[in-house]
Design a protein around this ligand. Structure first.
Ligand SMILES: Nc1ncnc2c1ncn2[C@@H]1O[C@H](COP(=O)(O)OP(=O)(O)OP(=O)(O)O)[C@@H](O)[C@H]1O
Ligand SMILES: [Mg+2]
Length: 503
């Protein structure tokens, strides 16, 4: 959900809740007003009756049968109202209601007394709720007057009550309909209109306020999609945002500023990286020829002196010089290769071929060295595994892996090359039964110049530079493939080079 929508919904929800609150308050106020006016009317009515007939109890005593008709005549113009004559203990003596009440039916006396006292005493009540003998499950607004007999005993000041119950209006739909028709209908329409207007206004304000936020999120998305290159199309804002802009505008200005700085730094880094690669590449190129010449001269000398037993000491010196020169030549070559492979403009020259056949060639190339070391080097035959690979780079990668395997597998060990097609991948594996790699070394193997604790070949004492696996991984990346090493110390090592299979 967008921030915009969330803010708009929040405003709408707040508006709706406030409107409901207003309606509820109005409804309660309406109900209270209705009760108060009913109570007021009932009180006035009872006051009139008591003023006109001060012998109501006597009238009842004289002729109870006619008394009910008398009560009904009083109510001729009072709709939704019932009048009762109560004994002092709340018993109903006579009633205008239609319900047949039990002979000793009593109403709750407390509200009757309260209403009687409120009518005559100093205490003014807004209204009193009491029993409605017709509907005992619902309270009703009641009014009452205490009645006395002409001859009263001091202990019995009240001989009965005239009790008036104002019932719910008997219109269809009851009070709800009354409320709806009189107040809620118009109020609801007005509230609905206010909500619609407020929502439209809120949507307009939210759209205006969050516009810079939307532009900013578009710019962030463009930056994360296109990187720091010039393709983002975002104008750099080196200057701070203009004064008076809101927080969103300042945020946007800050982001543009940050992006411009990052882009400038990124350009500098790219240039530096370019110089580094160019420098390494040039150096490697310049050193390669003299080193090759030095190695050739040393090899010639070594051959010449090999027959002369008197030059044994000099020959040892030559061997050391030769080993170091070869290592230096290999390092220079590896550094030059990595610099070349890192070039963003570097292009592969893929050829569709059966990878298994290339493995056969490589196994043949290393056969003599393996035999010299007493290591069995095999290439497992399998179904053709077709992939589009740059043959030179692929050979280089597998040769590096076989070189490692030979370096770290002692005499009597075994190295197996295999290629298999699985799903959309061609999986090339180089497995050896050599020393294996410690778990702590495994995660760093592809780091440039990293060498594990086993850095020199146990058989030949040959060292390395820690660049071989980095080159293999870069070659795998260039082919959209991946490299995985699994190994346990003492159990040997298995390196998997997975490349996309030809479609
Ligand atoms: N098959 C293997 N068996 C045991 N250890 C290995 C094997 N392959 C690689 N390693 C370990 O991984 C390290 C890094 O290998 P990598 O090929 O990158 O460098 P290197 O062989 O030491 O030098 P370079 O390949 O540059 O001549 C090695 O030093 C070695 O400790
Ligand atoms: Mg290596």
């Amino acid at each position: 959900m967008t921030v915009r929508l969330r803010i708009a919904l929040t405003i709408l929800a707040t508006g709706v809740l406030s409107a409901l609150g207003v309606i509820l308050t109005v409804a309660l106020a309406f109900q209270r007003f209705e009760h108060e006016s009913t109570y007021e009317r009932a009180n006035v009515f009872l006051g009139r009756v008591v003023a006109m007939y001060d012998d109501v109890l006597d009238l009842h005593d004289r002729n109870p049968a006619e008394f009910t008709a008398f009560l009904k005549s009083l109510l001729l113009f009072e709709a939704d109202t019932q009048l009762y004559l109560l004994a002092a203990d709340g018993r109903v003596l006579a009633s205008t209601g239609r319900a047949q009440l039990a002979p000793d039916f009593k109403v709750a006396l407390a509200p009757v007394r309260e209403a009687a006292q409120a009518a005559t005493g100093p205490r003014q009540m807004p209204y009193v709720m009491g029993d409605d003998p017709e509907h005992m499950n619902a309270g009703a607004v009641v009014a009452a007057r205490a009645l006395q007999r002409p001859l009263i005993r001091a202990a019995e000041p009240v001989a009965g009550y005239l009790y008036l119950v104002a019932q719910q209006p008997s219109r269809p739909g009851g009070r709800l309909a009354l409320f709806r028709s009189q107040l809620a209908g118009p109020a609801l329409a007005a509230v609905a209109a206010v909500i619609v207007l407020a929502s439209a206004l809120a949507a307009w304000i939210v759209a205006g306020v969050t516009r810079p936020l939307r532009v900013l999120s578009d710019e962030v998305a463009a930056a994360s999609r296109d990187g720091f290159g010039p393709a983002t199309g975002i104008a750099p804002a080196i200057h701070p945002p203009a004064a008076g802009g809101d927080e969103f505008a300042q945020l946007r200005g800050g982001f543009r500023d940050l992006l411009a700085r990052l882009r400038a730094q990124w350009d500098t880094l790219r240039q530096l990286d370019h110089f580094r690669r160019e420098g390494v590449s040039n150096l490697s190129h310049d050193l390669r020829t003299p080193l090759t010449a030095t190695v050739a001269c040393l090899e010639t000398l070594e051959r010449r002196w090999s027959a002369d037993a008197g030059l044994a000491d000099d020959r040892r010196l030559i061997e050391v010089a030769l080993r170091n020169s070869r290592n230096a030549a290999q390092l220079v070559r590896s550094l030059g290769d990595l610099a070349l492979l890192d070039e963003p403009e570097f292009k592969l020259h893929p050829t569709l071929l059966d990878v298994g056949e290339v493995l056969d060639d490589i196994a043949l190339r290393f056969a003599e060295r393996a035999a010299k070391q007493g290591v069995a080097l095999h290439c497992e035959a399998g179904a053709p595994a077709l992939a589009a690979v740059d043959i030179e780079l692929f050979e280089r990668a597998v040769a590096n892996l076989v070189d490692n395997a030979l370096k770290f597998t002692p005499a009597g060990g075994r190295i197996t090359l295999a290629a298999a097609q699985q799903g959309g991948q061609v999986q090339v594996t180089v497995t050896d039964s050599g020393a294996g790699i410690a778990a702590t070394d495994l995660e760093h193997l592809f780091a440039r110049l990293y060498q594990g604790r086993e850095r020199t070949a146990p058989a030949t004492g040959e060292g390395g530079k820690g660049l071989g696996l980095a080159i293999v991984r870069r070659i795998a990346e260039l082919h959209q493939g991946r490299l995985k090493v699994t190994s346990r110390v003492g159990d040997g090592t298995r390196v998997l080079l997975a490349l996309p299979a030809a479609a």
